[in-house]
Each structure stands twice: as structure tokens, then as C-alpha cells.
Write a protein that binds this ligand. Structure first.
Ligand code: B12
Ligand SMILES: Nc1nc2c(ncn2[C@@H]2O[C@H](COP(=O)(O)OP(=O)(O)OP(=O)(O)O)[C@@H](O)[C@H]2O)c(=O)[nH]1
Ligand SMILES: [Mg+2]
Length: 387
């Protein structure tokens, strides 16, 4: 079985017309396409950076606001400037893009515009026909593009079970990180705020360490039909940055929170001189232990205050294993009780685990500062060889 087609979708400006992109994303993923969704209010440079890092076959833009001729053309132009003109551009905008507009846009390098009334299946068919096979690509000296292409090779080598996950392989006990790179694993239930928290941490790390480079490897689940909505980028604001390399991965049939190719991808990222490599699992269940082998230096479990009752806490395996437990959404009513209950639960473990309370969606949250301090302190100790 061949690897799924990967496309990036984005909306330049949102004035309320968001149902089209949601409908199209859903239709694509149902038909086996992996969609990296970048969300709304995105600059051309954000779209181009994301498309290159994610090494997608094409970028699909939904535009209902006017200015589409210039916007689409600028995406094509900037991709070309980076030597990434193999990444194609297509899209639509209901009744706002005319046939005359399309003619001009195609002259400027856009593949196709879909007009109001097009059947969704026609768009899926177009993507399959046009983007399943990547054109032969020129060699590149762009380090970001090289890295992105290598990650694709690794991921694709596992497609359709061709290669088995390395869990039991010879490298399983070999630590991934080296002297320079700190690998931090974030896990926790769906929607607990992992991505929002990572994005806030990235903001602080970029600010504190003005030359630091960060990689993020983010996972979302593959759905029935093998497609996936890789949506973490849509929540990221600060991580759309030239010192951040982000890659979204689908689980492609593997249970437990990661993808069969995660370990190999992580090993590659750890060799690239990043100061931090941050990995986010999919939203996990009670039994999940995603970081079994020596994949990461530190694990952060992000909890939602609404986990149920105290009994539920006894069942969450990661509460025994995590180095740091974060109770996020501390602005919610139950947060105080949750913090107390989790504190009691961690005391039973009789090992050193930190508990931090955060409101990741609040700007300059003190809890996020505290988490950042802790991660930086541990990283510095590691560089000095204390850990
Ligand atoms: C539904 C709708 C709304 C809803 C949006 C709901 C939502 N959550 O998205 C609401 C009521 C909020 C709305 C509001 C407005 N709307 Co309105 N709206 C529409 C309408 C009727 C349908 C849009 C839609 O989502 N259709 C469903 C999608 C799936 O189909 P589609 O739009 O036909 O798109 C096809 C292709 O283009 C393609 N496609 C679209 N995007 C993408 C992306 C990719 C990657 C791909 C591959 C394909 C693709 O997929 C579809 C296949 O059939 C259109 C008419 C139209 N057809 O464009 C007007 C329309 C877009 N709206 C319009 C206007 C003017 C407005 C308002 C300004 C009205 C007002 N005066 O308040 C406001 C602006 C929003 C705001 N600031 O509040 C105008 C825009 C005119 C222009 N700019 O040229 C339109 C064209 C209506 C018209 N003929 O006047 N609107
Ligand atoms: N009230 C509140 N909402 C938050 C907080 N942090 C994040 N959220 C919201 O929670 C929702 C989910 O946040 P994400 O960061 O996408 O959560 P996630 O854990 O990465 O989700 P998955 O990747 O889907 O598992 C978003 O709507 C956030 O805005 C917080 O501290 N308080
Ligand atoms: Mg997330």
C-alpha cells in the first residue's frame, strides 16, 4: 500500500466563512488523504514555511474575502523562491472567485480553482489524480527542505506495514538525545491543552535563548479510511517561526499515541542540532504509555481538571510514569479540587514528580513560566552532565 497523500490547507483571513474548509478537510480525510490544517489568519510566509516543513504535495487555500489573485500568486512565488515549486497550489472560494480570476491565477502558477457547486468527490478525485505521485524533485541544499524530505522518506518506508515499528529493535534501549538536544515528551487526554501549552513554552524558549532552535513532532490520529486531520498547527501561533521546525505525523494505524515511524524520525531530528525537540502524542487514554523506550529525556503529562472522580486517577498509568504533571485549564471551576486530588495521588508514588498548575491559554501565565523554568533548568543541568 502506498503512503497517503499529504496536503496542507489554510485560510488567509476568516470573516465567518469557515464551513467550507471544515467540510473539505473532512471529505479529504475520509478518503485517505492526510490534511495538515494550518487554520485561519495565516500569512503567505507561514503557509510556505509550513508547506516546506511538512513536505506536502500541495497547498489548498480557501478564500472568501477577495484579494485571492494576489494571495494565491504570492504563495506560488514564495514556494518557487525557496526552490519548492514541486509543492503545488489549488483552492476555492465559493462564489467569490470568478472564472476570469481563475484564468489569471492559473497563468501565475495555480493548478486549479473549484467553484461553487462542485461535488466534493470531484475535489477528492482531483487530488488523487494530480498529487498522488510526486514529481521528480531537484536536489536541494536548503537544510530545512532536506530534513523535511528525509522525514517523508522515513514515514513512507513504514507505509502499509512495510516496515515494523522499532519498539523491539536493537536501538530500543539507546537514548535518543545527545549532549546538546533535550527531548521532551508531552502526552495527555485529547483537548487537555497540550498544543496550547507547547506553543506558550516555545514563545518563552525563543525569547530566553535568542539563538535556540526548536523542533516539534506532533501526532494526531489516523481515522477510518486512513486519512488524518493533522490539526495541531492550527492552534500554534508562536511556533510559526523561522527558528521552529514543526512536523505533523499521523498514527497510521498504530495504537498508543505515536506513529510507527516516530522513533526513527526522532533520532533524525536529534542529530540536527536543535536545542529542544518537543514531541506531542495524540490525545491518549488511561492505559497509554507512549514513551516506553528511551525516547525522551523528560515526560510531561498534561491533565484536564475534568477527568472524572478520584477513582479515575488510580487508573491513569502515566500518573506513575510522568516526570512532570501539569493540571492545565486551572481557570475552570474544578481545577482546585483536581490539583489536590492529583497531589495526593502522586504522593503515593513516592518518587520525585513535579506538579504544576497552568492556564495555557492565558498570556504570561505564571504556571507556564514555572514549567518553562523547570524544563530549562533540567536542560542546563544535562548540558553540564549532571543528568
Ligand atoms: C454560507 C455562507 C455564509 C455563512 C458562512 C457560514 C460559515 N460558518 O462558513 C454566513 C451566513 C456566516 C455568511 C456571512 C457572510 N457572507 Co457569505 N456566503 C455563504 C455562501 C452562501 C456559501 C459559502 C459556503 O461555505 N458554502 C459551502 C462550500 C463547501 O461551498 P462553496 O462555498 O460553494 O465552495 C465550493 C468551492 O469553492 C470549493 N472550495 C471552497 N474553499 C475551498 C478550499 C479548498 C482547499 C478547495 C479544494 C476547494 C474549496 O468547495 C466548494 C465545492 O462545492 C456563499 C455563496 C457561495 N457559494 O460562495 C456566500 C458568500 C461567500 N457570502 C458573501 C457575503 C457578502 C457575506 C457577508 C459579508 C454578508 C453580510 N453582508 O453580512 C457575511 C460575511 C461574514 C461576516 N463578516 O460576518 C458573498 C461574498 C461576496 C464576495 N466577497 O465576493 C457570497 C459569495 C454570497 C454572494 N453571492 O453575495 N456567509
Ligand atoms: N479554559 C481553558 N481552555 C484552554 C486552556 N488551554 C487550552 N485551552 C483550550 O482547550 C482546547 C484544546 O486545546 P489544545 O491545545 O488543542 O489541546 P490538545 O491537548 O493539544 O488537544 P489534542 O491534540 O486534540 O489532543 C482549545 O480550545 C484551547 O484554547 C486553558 O488553560 N484554559
Ligand atoms: Mg494537540
Amino acid at each position: 500500500m502506498s503512503a497517503p497523500i499529504r496536503v496542507l490547507t489554510a485560510v488567509p483571513i476568516c470573516d465567518g466563512h469557515d464551513s467550507a474548509i471544515n467540510t473539505i478537510n473532512l471529505e479529504f480525510i475520509r478518503h485517505g488523504i492526510e490534511v495538515v490544517y494550518l487554520g485561519f489568519h495565516r500569512y503567505v510566509s507561514d503557509i510556505v514555511r509550513a508547506a516546506i516543513q511538512e513536505d506536502v504535495a500541495a497547498v489548498g487555500i480557501s478564500s472568501y474575502n477577495g484579494g485571492h489573485i494576489e494571495f494565491f500568486a504570492e504563495v506560488v512565488k514564495q514556494l518557487k523562491k525557496r526552490g519548492a515549486d514541486d509543492i503545488r497550489v489549488f483552492g476555492g472560494g465559493g462564489g467569490t472567485i470568478t472564472h476570469d480570476d481563475q484564468r489569471i491565477m492559473q497563468k501565475r502558477g495555480v493548478d486549479k480553482i473549484f467553484f461553487a457547486g462542485t461535488a466534493l468527490t470531484d475535489m477528492v478525485e482531483f487530488v488523487r489524480q494530480r498529487y498522488a505521485k510526486r514529481p521528480k524533485r531537484r536536489a536541494t541544499s536548503d537544510p530545512e527542505m532536506k530534513l523535511a524530505r528525509k522525514l517523508t522518506e522515513i514515514e513512507d518506508s513504514y507505509a502499509g506495514g512495510r516496515k515494523r515499528s522499532r519498539k523491539a529493535g536493537p536501538n530500543a534501549q539507546r537514548r535518543i538525545s545527545n549532549g546538546k538536544t533535550r527531548v521532551i515528551g508531552f502526552t495527555g487526554p485529547g483537548g487537555a491543552g497540550k498544543t496550547t501549552l507547547i506553543d506558550e513554552l516555545v514563545l518563552r524558549l525563543l525569547h530566553r535563548e535568542p539563538k535556540s532552535r526548536i523542533a516539534i513532532l506532533s501526532h494526531d490520529p489516523s481515522v477510518v479510511g486512513d486519512g488524518a486531520l493533522l490539526g495541531d498547527r492550527a492552534t500554534m501561533i508562536n511556533s510559526q517561526h523561522d527558528r521552529v521546525f514543526m512536523r505533523s505525523m499521523a498514527t497510521r494505524g498504530q495504537a498508543g499515541g505515536l506513529s510507527p515511524a516516530t522513533e526513527d524520525c526522532l533520532r533524525l531530528l536529534a542529530q540536527q542540532g536543535f536545542d529542544y525537540v518537543i514531541i506531542e502524542t495524540v490525545g491518549t487514554g488511561q492505559e497509554a504509555m507512549p514513551f516506553q523506550s528511551k525516547l525522551v529525556d523528560q515526560t510531561v503529562l498534561v491533565m484536564n481538571p475534568d477527568y472524572g472522580a478520584r477513582l479515575q486517577l488510580q487508573k491513569i498509568v502515566m500518573l506513575d510514569l510522568a516526570d512532570i504533571v501539569v493540571v492545565n485549564k486551572s481557570d475552570l471551576e474544578r481545577a482546585k479540587t483536581a490539583l489536590n486530588e492529583i497531589e495526593r495521588r502522586l504522593e503515593q508514588n513516592r518518587r520525585e514528580q513535579k506538579l504544576i498548575s497552568t492556564v495555557a491559554k492565558r498570556h504570561r501565565d505564571r504556571g507556564v513560566d514555572e514549567l518553562c523554568d523547570l524544563l530549562v533548568r533540567n536542560a542546563t543541568e544535562k548540558k553540564k552532565g549532571k543528568r
